[in-house]
Design a protein around this ligand. Sequence first.
Ligand code: SF4
Length: 331
Amino acid sequence: MTDQPYRPQVPAPQVEQLIQLRPLLDEEFVLSEIDRLRRERRAVILAHNYQRPEVQRTADFVGDSLGLARQAARTDAEVIVFAGVHFMAETAAVLNPDKVVLLPDFRAGCSLADTITAQGVRDWKAQHPDGLVAVYVNTTADVKAEADYCVTSGNAVQIIESLPKDVPILFAPDRFLAAHVARQTGRELHIWEGACHVHEAIRPDDVRAQQAEHPGAELLVHPECGCSTGVLAHHPDLQLYSTEGMVHRAQASNADTFIVVTELGMVTRLEKEVPGKTFVPVARTACCEYMKMITLENIYESLRDLSGQVSVSEDIRERALRPIERMLAVG
Ligand code: SF4
């Protein structure tokens, strides 16, 4: 079931410039300085699967939002450098109030997280006072503070299945993930009509074009993708995978070629974790500008100057912690 009054526009990324017009530092120097500073500051670098290849190679841990949140929860490092986007660094800050959490470029936002606000959730809850609110991890800390549960694409189905059957569920903000959860659980959900501009733009035609070029390749489709419903119409038994699920599936499958239907950076992670197999990105244009704002240079500068510190007010932190802990407990 979809609540009609809420139809937020997916905002275009507010990216003024991707190329920084200044002399580039020598890469060897930057890498050795990152290593020195990482040791001196007792820092850990956590990188999302969609990060640039060189950033993934430099990180101490590469994973999806859930994996990164788990690493952030268990690390004994004093400084966490988040090679990801703002909501991920905020989640690390909620879990680690006594640590320094750095985001090397504050422009690294998320178009999906921008489709919902805390006030929007409060207004929505007022319409469904008996409902439980489940929000995707791709939300700001103040939105999480309004939620009962936080979920990732890896454990959303499990969490929604565990909720009482007679209670309305408000699921936000990704409408494609919500449709996947509704299909898998058979539950009627109230759905916030948000989406990610990168995943929404992937069309069934992109998938078909790659299938024509790579006959016999297995599809690895993320549930955030705009193409998922269209692709399922042709492949009704197709499983959708979180990015972590894609790694496990590629390891277990007999196929040797895969079409990776999500953000481009996932191919780097798959090539590293599953050597000897071929991974084809569904579209070269499926590239998140926000994720690519983190570079070796700004990681180095952030570690050097302890710049880009992310903090969350104590009131929001305390309220956001409960749904985040519920997310970490599952899957
Ligand atoms: S790929 Fe989409 S959901 Fe992920 S960070 Fe970029 S804008 Fe947000």
